[in-house]
Structure formats: C-alpha cells, structure tokens
Design a protein around this ligand. Sequence first.
Ligand SMILES: [Zn+2]
Length: 255
Amino acid sequence: MKPLFLFCVIFTSFIPDNIFGLVGSYAKTSMVSIAFDDGNTNQYINALPILDSIGYKATFYIITKTLNESNSARMNRGQVFQLYADGQEIGSHGRNHLDLAFCWPWTIKYEIEQSKKDLHNIGIDANSFAYPDGGSNFLARYYVRQAGYANGRGTPRDGYTGVNTDQYNLCCKYVVNTTTVNEIKNWVDESKRKGYWLILLFHAVNKSESNYQFSCTRKTFKEICLYLKSKNAAVLPVGQALKRYFPASQPKNLN
Ligand SMILES: [Zn+2]
C-alpha cells in the first residue's frame, strides 16, 4: 500500500490545478452577469438603453455568420462593434449555431476557431464562448480552451456557477417568457446568500409580451436591472466576472 500511496502523491503533484478547467479557488463574493444569446437586434434596441442608463456592462454572444448577412433580426457588424467599443463584452456563440455535442470533431473545431477569427476580423477580441443550445462535450470544451477563450458557458437552465464549476462549462439561469420578476429576485438573493455567480441569460427582449418562449419584456428586464442596482450587486460581463470570481485560475500576468 505504501508504494502505491507514494506513487499517487508524486503523480498528482504533477497535474496542474485546473487541467480540465476545474477551478480551485474560493470566491469571496457573489457575482451577477447579464448575458444575451443569438445577437438579436431587439437586445440592442430594447435592452441596451436600460443597461446604459444604469451603467451596466453585459455579454453579448454573437452567431458570427450573421455578421456577413443582412438580416434585420440580428445585429449587424456595426452594431456589434459599437457595443464592443462602448465596453460591452462580445462573445462567440459559434459560427453557425450548431449543437456541438452532435458535430464531427472537425466541425466542432471549425465552429469554435472560425467564430473567434470572424470577430477578430472586425476588431473584436472574444474571450467568452457560449455553446449553442448548451451542447458541449469534452472535445468542444477542449477546443474552446485551445482556441484561446478564457471560458465557455453551457446552458443548464437552472444552474448557478459555484466555486467547483468548470470554467469551460459555466452555468446560467434562463429568463423565459414565463419567468417572473419575483423568481429572478429570489435567484439574486440566493446567489448573494450563498456566494454564487449568477449568470442571467436572455434571448429576445421585446417591447410587449410574446409567445416566443425565449423572450422577456423590456419592463421585466428593467425591473431586474433596478433590483440588482438596489441590492448593490456586483454586475460584470462574464469575462471580467471570471477573473474576479476565480482569481487563482488566471495566468499570473493577468489581474
Ligand atoms: Zn443560441
């Protein structure tokens, strides 16, 4: 038994702390991030003015093939770059919004790498990735890391990110058209109480109620932001929140 024990000690001592993206440091505080998937134009029209009025920065995950299309339902490259220039975070949501859990390895690699290049080509350095439809596997998480992203977000719909969460499979909570403001207030309160990082995920933000499941109203969005403000919540884009929440997981040349 003793040689085996000694072998285990020596072997594990050579494994980096976060070899699989598992973060090992303890968060001193709770965090909140506001995230938007799919690059819908209504986010720019209806949510951005509210963010600006409160001074919040969020993370917008873009399906990068839409940067080359003229599709009024998606933000154009000028709007995306404007967000970035104003200090909002731009992340990748893949090039073609494919569920990477069901793709060939070369497709997974392409979707992750090419979308980063697409954003780079318009002057944006993307450090955050959101798996389309929440689909990821070991290979997808590996390629996200290899491509130079600092984090990847999955889409478990009822998850907080905690100190033991894989930084390449961050959890979030969906805001859908049946989610009430009171529910979200409870999430905010619980995350603060337990020291979690709450990532609130939005899709469409509409002027009025919609049958589209992945939507909320502008009024709901504003009430959430005002509640966060009233609670003095630490609201940061995903990339910045990652550094604050898991400081020990960052390379030494970052702060
Ligand atoms: Zn999506």
